[in-house]
Design a protein around this ligand. Structure first.
Ligand SMILES: Cc1ncc(COP(=O)(O)O)c(C=O)c1O
Ligand SMILES: N[C@@H](CCOP(=O)(O)O)C(=O)O
Length: 468
């Protein structure tokens, strides 16, 4: 298995080189040359596997034996040892129509832990095995940053710098990132929004001489390993549903911002998991919903919502979807992305919109509907949703079960991370101890201007102190 870029200008590379490259050096996103097929027989053979065993099996299709099986198993075991549920990702039945897969039982209470605990261990493994310097650079709207920091804090040979938008993450998210005192961690609080943070890191990654000189590595979902690790929970969701409930297919509702969560489901479907409806749920930052509904991909004004981690306009994995949508034609992808850069939007023909709508259905959930969904599920089912998961559940309600297969909504964060929204519903929740203890800890972060130059200067001084 080799990996290539959606824009076609990266010579095929192996698994570990792909992991280290992160963003394609031609500005595109890395994808596998071919997606391995997982047939019905294979799925049957996997049923009953633990999440860890399933992950081992899925990753083995992609790693080219570059990581010996015993090592891969060890990395996976270590990554999920800290999850508090014995199932790792428990599936909770809400009612006849809906089950919720809880992806938030990791150390930072968000679905990002599923992939990032593993990636942190994989970076440490690669640092040791290949003597690579690992300087992780990431952007976050709150959850990726906390999770990535937790996965590598204090690890030898690894430095991590995370950009978050100043004042635009929840209080708990900010504390999870900024109360970490390890010397290998730098938090930059950027005077801008998440799109600005993401744009800055993309520019730094695209500056290949800067990236190479400072050994910059990606943990955001531009890194294909993130996507692959996340695709495993779609396979797991399908396999965990009782056979009679799923009747051959599963429908999944997915809270979406950077298109990473849902693209992982799209990949699982392309591998062969029978996912029927893939429901894309956005908040009021609804560029992706408008793309699916109207065939126009165009950022509009940024809005702060009750689900701040999905306050995203430019979705990085959109380009991966475009690549498959355009029949893996990298010349056409490059041309369309150039057009997007020049004109600030992409429009799709009626025939294309019909095809997009066969892949995805999409719903944008307003602030009031989000709060109302939290209230309703707490009152009727005694189940407290966080505001991101509530967007997914509201989208499920609008999509409706078309009579085919079971419906799973992905619960992407613990409600304690977003108490600001939960309080608006009038619910007082008890925090897990690991969250309540954060409030007494000192914080460490540097506020920076919204510019690539300001961030680059901070990075250089950080690496001078930590790498020599
Ligand atoms: C809690 C939560 N739910 C959903 C999402 C959406 O995931 P993605 O950006 O990968 O689409 C995010 C991050 O964006 C998140 O932090
Ligand atoms: N919601 C994310 C935004 C970054 O997305 P990623 O999946 O590309 O890391 C966050 O919480 O930071």
């Amino acid at each position: 298995m080799k990996y290539i870029s959606t824009r076609g200008k990266v010579a095929p590379i192996g698994f570990i080189d792909m992991f280290l490259m992160g963003l394609g050096e031609d500005g595109g996103l890395i994808v596998p040359e071919t997606i391995p097929a997982v047939g019905a027989e294979q799925l049957r053979a996997w049923s009953g596997l633990s999440f860890q065993e399933l992950m081992l099996n899925v990753f083995s299709l992609y790693t080219n034996d570059e990581i010996p099986e015993a090592d891969l198993r060890g990395l996976i075991e270590a990554s999920y040892a800290g999850f508090t549920s014995p199932d790792v990702l428990p599936l909770t039945r809400i009612n006849e129509e809906l089950s919720v897969m809880e992806l938030f039982h990791g150390p930072t209470f968000a679905f990002k832990d599923v992939a990032l605990q593993f990636m942190g261990n994989l970076y440490a493994y690669v640092a040791k095995k290949r003597g690579e310097v690992i300087n992780i650079l990431g952007a976050t709207s709150g959850d990726t940053g906390a999770s990535a920091i937790s996965s590598v804090r204090g690890k030898e040979g690894i430095q991590i710098c995370i950009l978050h938008p100043n004042g635009k993450v929840s209080r708990v998210q900010e504390l999870q990132m900024t109360t970490v005192q390890d010397d290998n961690v730098l938090n930059l609080s950027v005077n801008g929004n998440f799109d600005d943070c993401q744009q800055i890191i993309k520019e730094l990654f695209a500056d290949v001489s800067f990236k190479t000189k400072y050994h910059l590595r990606a943990i955001n979902s531009i890194n294909f390993v993130r996507i692959l690790a996340q695709s495993v929970y779609y396979v797991y969701a399908y396999l965990k549903l009782p056979e009679e409930a799923r009747s051959g297919v599963v429908n999944v509702s997915v809270p979406t911002g950077n298109f990473g969560n849902i693209f992982s489901g799209y990949l699982a479907r392309k591998m062969g998991v029978p996912i029927k409806q893939l429901v894309l749920a956005t908040n009021e930052n609804n560029i992706l919903e408008r793309f699916v509904r109207e065939g126009v991909y165009k950022p509009e004004g940024f809005r702060s919502t009750h689900s701040p981690s999905m306050d995203i306009q430019i979705a990085s994995n959109f380009e991966r979807y475009l690549y498959y949508f355009l029949g893996e034609d990298s010349v056409e992808v490059a041309a369309r992305m150039e057009r997007f850069k020049a004109e600030g939007q992409l429009t799709f023909s009626a025939e294309e919109v019909a095809r997009i709508q066969r892949d995805l259905s999409a719903y944008s959930v307003g602030n009031e509907e989000c709060l109302e969904t939290i209230r309703k599920y707490e009152e009727r089912h005694g189940y407290l949703l966080d505001p991101h998961s509530a967007c997914g559940v509201a989208a499920f309600e609008r999509a409706g079960n078309k009579g085919d297969g079971a419906f799973v909504a992905l619960a992407t964060a613990h409600p304690a991370k977003f108490d600001e929204a939960i309080r608006l519903v009038g619910i007082e929740q008890k925090f897990p101890e690991r969250i309540s203890e954060l409030f007494d800890k000192p914080q460490r972060q540097v506020v920076v201007d919204n510019s690539k130059e300001a961030v680059a200067a901070q990075l250089k001084s950080f690496y001078r102190q930590t790498n020599g």
